[in-house]
Design a protein around this ligand. Structure first.
Ligand code: BG6
Length: 492
């Protein structure tokens, strides 16, 4: 069943994701020999393209994404791509698609292994899955897998309904729900840092850690996605998936084995231990923000309410900060602070693990002399870790000064780390679902987030905008930590 020769069908092949991420990732897998000679890629979408148009677009996407191409095998690579024009709501379309798959399986000598990648608007996920089954596209002797993009519903009931629809056609172990953060090198490295280093794991608990801070800030606004984003907001766009996945990886117990099932089951347990935030507590634990006009990295930018396809009175949050508590033996009493937002000062994803003070610090004279030990995991744009220790100040004062041990590099240009999508595609082709989200994780995350969302809905409109573009978010996000005696560690 781990046979990797397969046909990849991309629904939405004329779209942005295929162009920016999928085609370059497939090329890189091909160039590294991961795909073997027996594979085909079918681009499916509404437009009336020919095979040739698709191939030209694939080539263009490789050029635009600055993928390193080996001209010697480019034509061979492109020959694996085929296009079919398809109406996702018509039975006949699926019958035509099935014929094309069968033909290509013959031509390229591919076993009946089929990967269906849904890079489409979410309202089509359910219907596509059900047609794939009813028209016999999943009815073959090899494996069938469904890769599905976000958003997976917009709350727990809609996610459950979507899940029921796709489960009619695919088993849980055939469904690969993408959270592209799980494809990032340093997100995958959280487990390695924790479970392969004797100097961290013994300290990884409430006896030694005072708090954990996870920041994912962006400088971009909503760009051309105002229509989607205005109905979503930062809580559902970023917290429900990426931020809670990072919390789960940081908080989970060591798995007994490095298998998909064991790792996921530990993550699920961590998410089950999240303390729910009830409606009357929401202001104590969560802060929402929306950007007004401002200056981001030297450019004047408009406020969120003036962005295209955004309601001029929009009450949608573009920033969230929160304090999460995990009620289990390891984490009782340790706040996990998260914050994420658009149009902030930096594009940066970082995790700071702050260790507790020494019981008796002999060097303590003034507050400035004590710097807690920090482990910082840099996820992007740099990748790596830094450890902040205390050393002696070299000025005869006998005081201490923070010393930074740094192991970080710029992700895109220095070391050639594969793109998240390349890793995720490769995993799915190999049948490894570890870095995809299980339904239970999705459901628990929605349950947590829904309560906060509902509490906000019931309150009177927020006082938006409440942070300037190019800043670090509303000042209330500082208060969230200050009330516990902490502050956010800087992003640089
Ligand atoms: C996506 C969100 O899931 O993640 C976007 O829908 C956001 O709004 C993006 O910009 C951030 O991803 P990254 O990899 O740039 O941090």
């Amino acid at each position: 069943r781990n046979e990797t020769s397969c046909t990849i069908v991309i629904f939405g092949a004329t779209g942005d994701l295929a162009k920016r991420k999928l085609f370059p990732s497939i090329y890189n897998l091909f160039a590294k020999g991961e795909l073997g000679p027996n594979f085909a890629v079918i681009g499916a979408a509404r437009r009336n393209w020919s095979h040739e148009t698709l191939r030209e677009n694939v080539k263009k996407s490789l050029d635009e994404s600055k993928t390193e191409i080996n001209e010697d095998h480019l034509d061979d690579f492109l020959a694996h791509f085929h296009y079919i024009s398809l109406d996702v709501t018509s039975k006949e379309s699926y019958q035509n698609l099935n014929r094309l798959i069968n033909d290509l399986e013959g031509e390229f000598n591919i076993p009946c292994n089929r990967m269906f990648y849904l890079a489409m608007a979410p309202q089509f996920f359910g219907p596509i899955a059900s047609y794939l089954k009813s028209e016999g596209l999943t009815n073959e002797t090899g494996w069938n897998r469904l890769m599905i993009e976000k958003p997976f519903g917009h709350d727990l009931p809609s996610a459950r309904q979507l899940n029921n629809e796709i489960r009619e056609a695919f088993r849980e172990d055939e469904i690969y729900r993408i959270d592209h953060y799980l494809g990032k090198e340093m997100v995958q490295n959280i487990e390695v840092i924790r479970f392969a280093n004797a100097i961290f794991e013994p300290l990884w608990n409430n006896r030694h850690i005072s708090n954990i801070q996870i920041t994912s800030s962006e400088t971009l606004g909503v760009e051309e996605r105002g229509g989607y984003y205005d109905k979503s907001g930062a809580l559902r766009d970023m917290v429900q998936n990426h931020m809670l996945q990072m919390v789960a990886l940081l908080a989970m117990e060591p798995p007994i084995r490095l298998t998909t099932e064991e790792i996921r089951s530990e993550k699920i347990k961590a998410l089950r231990a999240l303390r729910p935030v009830s409606g009357d507590q929401v202001d104590e634990y969560f802060v929402r923000g929306q950007y007004g006009p401002g200056n981001v990295k030297g450019n004047e930018v408009p406020g969120y309410r003036s962005e295209p396809n955004v309601d001029p009175d929009s009450n949608t949050e573009t920033f969230v900060a929160g304090k999460l508590l995990i009620d289990n033996f390891r984490w009782a009493g340790v706040p996990f602070y998260i914050r994420t937002g658009k149009r902030m000062a930096e594009k940066s994803t970082k995790i700071a693990i702050q260790f507790k003070e020494m019981p008796m610090n002999l060097y303590y004279k003034t507050d400035e002399d004590v710097h807690p030990n920090l482990l910082v995991i840099h996820i992007q744009p740099e990748e790596g870790i830094s450890l902040i220790l205390n050393g002696e100040k070299l000025d005869l004062s006998g005081q201490t000064t923070p010393v930074k041990l740094d192991y970080a590099h710029t992700s895109t240009d220095k070391l050639n780390t594969p793109e998240a999508y390349e890793k995720l595609l490769n995993d799915a082709i190999k049948g490894d679902a570890t870095n995809f989200t299980h339904w239970d994780e999705v459901a628990l995350s929605w349950k947590y987030v829904d309560e906060i969302f509902n509490a906000w809905q019931q309150k009177k409109a927020a006082q938006f905008p409440n942070y300037e573009a190019g800043s670090l978010g509303p000042k209330e996000s500082e208060h969230l930590l200050a009330q516990d005696g902490f502050h956010w560690w800087p992003l640089d």
